[in-house]
Design a protein around this ligand. Sequence first.
Ligand SMILES: Nc1ncnc2c1ncn2[C@@H]1O[C@H](COP(=O)(O)OP(=O)(O)O)[C@@H](O)[C@H]1O
Ligand SMILES: [Mg+2]
Length: 303
Amino acid sequence: MTSIIDTPTSALPTSVRPTSAGPLVIKHPIEPEAEPAIRLQEVRLTYETKEGALLEAVDRTNLTIRAGEFTALVGPSGCGKTSLLRIIAGLTPASNGDVSIFGQTPKEAQRHKRLGLVFQEPALLAWRSVEDNVRLGLQLNPRETHSSTNVHELIEIVGLSGFERYRPAELSGGMQQRAALARALAIDPPLLLMDEPFAALDEITREQMRYELQRLWSVSHDPRDPPRSAVFVTHSVAEAVAIADRVLVMSPRPGRIIADIPITTPRPRRPEHEHSDRFVNDTAIVRSALRSPTTPAVPLDAA
Ligand SMILES: Nc1ncnc2c1ncn2[C@@H]1O[C@H](COP(=O)(O)OP(=O)(O)O)[C@@H](O)[C@H]1O
Ligand SMILES: [Mg+2]
């Protein structure tokens, strides 16, 4: 790394420039700019099908997601949402471009347990109880600071107290998804990636879970740590607007981000907010971007 001494003085902020009176004095320590949670540069993904044909799934994508941002990714079925999330998670390598997760490659970020993953089908181990599934998440936690989090606390937070010894098959879909969330949150990951986690649930449970997730999000996080970020894939516009700080809309395949819509409903959010003018207006903007994939509804974040 270049030391401050090697930096041309003209490039330094005035507070750290050498003064004529004497040697270099650093008046205020320079805070290095926080790494964004996710930075995608010119990312593309082309699959080779079994027949040998090339299928372009993700088109040129540039995106920066800052630490603390809860982002929803919406788009029509087959547009490349899962593919893009898998690239971010380090499960599928991009064909082109650069992916950085807190300044690391996705694989490194995965190794350092900086990612939590929740999929549409809760990937619980069928032969393990709820308690053992959640404990597995904690056992994977390499950070001593969170060793105080205990399995029972997490199970209570997700509302599964009393079901500790149940196996996944003995639980409803909503309960399985809560257990999967508890397991992902056990490592208190700085970045949580969720691919349609509520898609298999009935409508009523699904509507409850979007608020449940926001509650879990805040109570399961150690406030001494930097804020946590999330990417939440969904094809439900209402779910995206209810849950996110920012909604990214993807075009039909090959998917690219065609709108970047800030959601300003204050937190904590409640189901009543879905009747507010602001909510209705935000969902209309997202829907209009989905309907006219060639004309962005709002200027894109050029980052
Ligand atoms: N492993 C794969 N091999 C070939 N094609 C794939 C593969 N995975 C996904 N696809 C194709 O890529 C496109 C995008 O898929 P996907 O990312 O799953 O979309 P979404 O999650 O938005 O529904 C689809 O046309 C899908 O059929
Ligand atoms: Mg998908």
